[in-house]
Design a protein around this ligand. Structure first.
Ligand code: GUN
Ligand code: ZN
Length: 426
């Protein structure tokens, strides 16, 4: 057993439902076999555990590990390709790079860069958009297993409107996806996600093949994109002749409690109602939405309708792996919306980046640091003398410290990361 001692912040009670930030400036967490078995103020806790070794996390903050609910593995090398809206960005920046993952040796190198980028940014679990090539997706799962990352991922499938090299058929999509699910779903911390790229690049028979995989792999997830960009939405409407974008997935039974749809910047009320009724989750990706000029995410409407929302980095359209930056951009976005914006507090940002992501990915044992939870955590410790350090030392309280952390903290401030109690970054 080990006692982790430090300033601990988490959000076990949802701030969107009246919960508040939980904090203690000198907390002890007793961890046995990766599970938190006791916690409390260190001075009160220590006498009951006099012989346990103590890991002292002096200075900075101990937070739950981040849960990134939408991030693209093959796009690490195209982060920062700014200046284009979605469909042009896909054609000119993302898809040419994704074609390169046909080379499995290259894919393995990208997978290593990708997993390292996530964990060093404090992310301990992620829903990952895979690649269009099965061997590249194997490389991703292998890299995640080596690092210990909790990964839910799958083969990206499409059968129209993309470069020929990225296309498959419904039959091959089923075979390749089912094969990957057999190899990886439930292996260690890995789970499989059925992943049609977006309705614009998928026919109804391909979406039906996706539904068949989902049916045949108990506990598998579904992930895709929805309502990101106005031009995309118009094209999807002309392809499917359905009343809504959500319906293109829903009519195949793809929208449910284990479905994570990215973006939803331009939903109709009927779509929000359907998403809430299905208990599906939306991955809000604010730096991507800003960078591609996709629009301002209507968070208040999602909350009003009871749609589950968490954060995604959406690398490579997003600007990096840190969910601190995504949290800050989510806050900025709501400010830009004026009266229509949701008044986000630092506690909301932490919740979106941790417990809300864990709920979206159906990971009930992570997302906060309560007794009985697994110890997936990160220690943020600013460099002495940095502006973040100065700000943190002058914070007026825990909520202020958290606001300063989302504003000034970066991946370089992540000093240590644990998954199931094991240090994965130190
Ligand atoms: N829609 C379809 N593919 C993508 C992608 O790679 N990134 C984003 N942001 N949206 C998409
Ligand atoms: Zn995406």
């Amino acid at each position: 057993m080990t006692i982790f001692r430090g300033a601990v912040l988490d959000t076990p009670d949802d701030p969107f439902a009246g919960g508040t930030l939980r904090s203690c400036s000198d907390e002890g967490l007793v961890v046995r076999d990766g599970v938190i078995v006791a916690r409390g103020p260190f001075a009160a806790l220590r006498p009951a555990h006099p012989d346990e070794s103590v890991v002292s996390l002096d200075g900075g903050l101990l937070l739950p590990g981040f849960v990134d609910t939408h991030v693209h593995f093959p796009q690490v090398h195209v982060i920062g390709g700014i200046g284009l809206p979605l469909l042009d960005w896909l054609e000119r920046r993302a898809l040419p790079e994704e074609e390169r993952l046909a080379d499995t040796a290259y894919a393995a190198q990208v997978a290593a860069d990708f997993v390292s980028g996530l964990v060093t940014a404090g992310t301990t679990a992620a829903m990952v958009f895979g690649a269009h090539f099965p061997a590249a997706v194997d490389a991703l799962f292998e890299s995640a297993a080596t690092a210990g990352l909790r990964v839910t991922a799958g083969l990206v499938v499409s059968d129209r409107n993309l470069p020929r090299e990225l296309l498959t058929s419904p039959e091959k999509a089923y075979e390749d996806s089912a094969g990957l699910a057999r190899r990886w779903h439930g292996t260690g911390r890995a789970r499989y996600a059925v992943t049609p790229r977006f309705s614009l690049s998928c026919s109804d028979p391909l979406l039906a093949a996706c539904a068949a995989v989902l049916d045949d792999v108990p506990g598998a997830f579904f992930t895709s994109h929805v309502n990101e960009n106005l031009e995309e939405i118009e094209k999807v409407a002309s392809l499917f002749h359905l009343s809504t974008y959500v319906a293109t997935y829903d009519r195949h039974g793809l929208v449910g409690p284990r479905s994570v749809l990215a973006h939803n910047v331009h939903p109709g009320d009927d779509e929000l109602e359907a998403l809430a009724a299905r208990t599906a989750s939306i991955a809000h990706c604010p730096t991507s939405n800003a960078g591609l000029g996709s629009g301002l995410f209507p968070l208040a409407r999602h909350v009003r309708h009871g749609v589950r929302v968490a954060l995604g980095s959406d690398v490579g359209a997003g600007s990096g792996f840190s969910l601190l930056k995504e949290g800050l951009q989510a806050y900025f976005t709501q400010r830009q919306l004026g009266d229509a914006g949701y008044a986000l507090t630092p506690a909301h940002l932490l919740h979106l980046a941790t417990a809300a992501g864990a709920a979206a990915l159906d990971l009930p044992d992570v997302g906060h640091l309560s007794v009985g939870q697994r110890f997936d955590a990160q220690w943020l410790r600013p460099a002495p003398g940095s502006t973040y350090d100065v700000a943190l030392r002058n914070a007026t309280g825990p909520e202020d410290a958290l606001g300063k952390t989302f504003t000034l903290g970066t991946a370089t401030d992540v000093a240590a990361v644990w998954i199931d109690g094991d240090a994965v970054v130190r």
